[in-house]
Design a protein around this ligand. Structure first.
Ligand code: GRF
Length: 198
């Protein structure tokens, strides 16, 4: 049974999907902690309701804006909680350093597009769906991938396609991509990774 640490920044709907699928889809891992870079992240409330320990580590307020110190503090908490696999679920802060080195090959991210489309530096949240609609793609989706030093650049573990519909706004498309792709493939990919299948 692998210990899973989840990093969040906001609403935590992907964290909720992981929590809800524990025991059904996720059988080879257990969420042992949540870490947020924002004290106001609703995902912290989701963790509390699920009885999962959590910690806030803010890059500016707690780490003087230093990315190395921020990465070190998060890594320290992950090791304190005996985390084996780190999952970024809507985590929007840039990190690197000790966390990336210590957990190399064991950090998983969910991105709301079919990488290599609409990804990379500055491509997150609604901006991804605005770019997809601006380009006029007919199909988008979500990607689960291993995190490395390149933003959205690591090995792809799982993808799921979602059709763009007439009249879609970025908000409507984001919601559909979450419901029909993110909340499905993230738990599936986390289970497969914890089980050593991918
Ligand atoms: C989602 O679109 C996710 O793909 C992206 O962050 C957004 C918010 O996720 N990484 P959540 O509701 O905080 O899980």
């Amino acid at each position: 049974m692998k210990n899973i640490g989840v990093l969040i920044s906001g609403g935590g709907t992907n964290l909720q999907a992981l929590i809800d699928k524990q025991g059904s889809v996720i059988k080879s891992g257990k969420i042992v902690c949540v870490c947020s870079n924002s004290a106001s992240a609703f995902g912290l409330e989701r963790a509390k309701r699920a009885g999962i320990p959590s910690k806030v580590i803010r890059k500016n307020a707690d780490c003087g804006g230093d990315t190395e110190e921020f990465s070190r503090r998060i890594c320290e908490y992950m090791k304190e909680m005996k985390v084996d696999v780190v999952v970024l679920a809507g985590f929007l802060a840039i990190f690197g350093g000790e966390l990336l080195r210590e957990y190399s090959g064991r950090i998983i991210n969910i991105h709301p597009s079919l990488i290599p489309s609409f990804c990379g530096k500055g491509m997150y949240g609604l901006k991804v769906h605005e770019a997809a609609l601006d380009y006029g793609v007919k199909v988008t989706g979500a990607t689960v991938h291993i995190v490395n030093e390149v933003v959205d650049g690591g090995k792809i573990l799982m993808q799921k396609a979602v059709y763009v519909k007439e009249g879609d706004t970025p908000e409507k498309l984001q919601r559909r991509v979450m419901e029909e792709a993110e909340w499905i493939i993230l738990p599936e990919a986390v289970e497969a990774f914890c089980a050593g299948k991918i």
